[in-house]
Design a protein around this ligand. Structure first.
Ligand SMILES: NC(=O)c1ccc[n+]([C@@H]2O[C@H](COP(=O)([O-])OP(=O)(O)OC[C@H]3O[C@@H](n4cnc5c(N)ncnc54)[C@H](OP(=O)(O)O)[C@@H]3O)[C@@H](O)[C@H]2O)c1
Length: 238
């Protein structure tokens, strides 16, 4: 069993997920880096361990119930606790499966796949890890959403991505209502436009800027608000 606080980060092998793993480990957490390709994850974990950080790669495709259940069993047997869960893994595939990015051309496959990874995966993972988080007595969940899912500022294009992130925001609010008084907080974050494979090289923010609010929410103490949507450590409209 681990004496350190334990954090689970999905999509931990690259982009903001990898930076989140690094910063949490620098803050003293033992971090499980969820990766759908374990080989890529092992390489990323080795690089961090060379910096003396406490991390391990675990196989986790968030669209796979088998992976999610196996991770829950592994965590229960090996660590016995979960203190932080970052639902970071995400896809933006509108326009990549042969259709244009307009909702008028959206394919059912794109909508369903976006929903499966960006919305359903986080719900299934939270549910699988909730018993361990309840045991910890206090835990913080952060769902990485996007301003593109903000109903109050909705634009055109990228329907699969937008809808799935709006739904992730709803997931956040529903869990917050049901977990009230449990010691477990859950919040959604828009990281801003960040230089990653998804954000592209013209994006405004560095990886460190992109993960700042996530780390702040994940590592805050017991008095923290739950059920909010944050950017730059400030509440924003849904
Ligand atoms: N970058 C931005 O400007 C921006 C803005 C707003 C919100 N966001 C959100 O921030 C989060 C991180 O984005 P990013 O920019 O770091 O993206 P990224 O560089 O494209 O990385 C995405 C990560 O998600 C993983 N992933 C994708 N599908 C998965 C699945 N089914 N199971 C497990 N992991 C999966 C990828 O793994 P593989 O390596 O195996 O593909 C990768 O590790 C996402 O939720 C994204 O929607 C990003």
């Amino acid at each position: 069993m681990n004496d350190k606080s334990v954090a689970v980060v999905t999509g931990g092998n690259r982009g903001m997920g990898l930076t989140t793993c690094k910063v949490l480990a620098e803050r003293g957490y033992h971090v499980l880096m969820g990766c759908r390709n374990l080989e890529m994850g092992e390489q990323a974990a080795r690089d961090l361990r060379e910096k003396k950080l406490s991390v391990e790669a675990v196989k986790l495709d968030v669209a796979s119930l088998e992976d999610i259940n196996a991770l829950a069993i592994y965590l229960s047997d090996k660590h016995g606790r979960v203190d932080v869960l970052i639902n970071n893994a995400g896809i933006l595939i509108d326009g990549q499966l042969g259709e244009a990015a307009s909702i008028c051309d959206a394919s059912a496959d794109t909508l369903k796949r976006s929903f499966e990874v960006n919305t359903v995966g986080p719900v299934m993972l939270i549910n699988a890890l909730l018993p361990l988080m309840r045991q910890s007595g206090s835990a913080n969940i952060v769902n990485i959403s996007s301003g593109m899912g903000q109903l109050s500022d909705m634009g055109g294009q990228y329907a699969g991505y937008r809808i799935s992130k709006t739904a992730l925001n709803a997931v956040t609010a529903i869990f917050a209502a049901e977990l009230e008084g449990s010691g477990i907080t859950i919040n959604a974050v828009c990281p801003g436009w960040v230089r990653t494979d998804m954000g592209g090289s013209n994006a405004e923010r560095t990886l460190e800027e992109g993960v700042d609010t996530t780390i702040w929410l994940a590592t805050s103490g017991d008095n923290q608000q739950s059920g909010g949507f944050y950017r730059d450590r400030q509440l924003i409209d849904w």
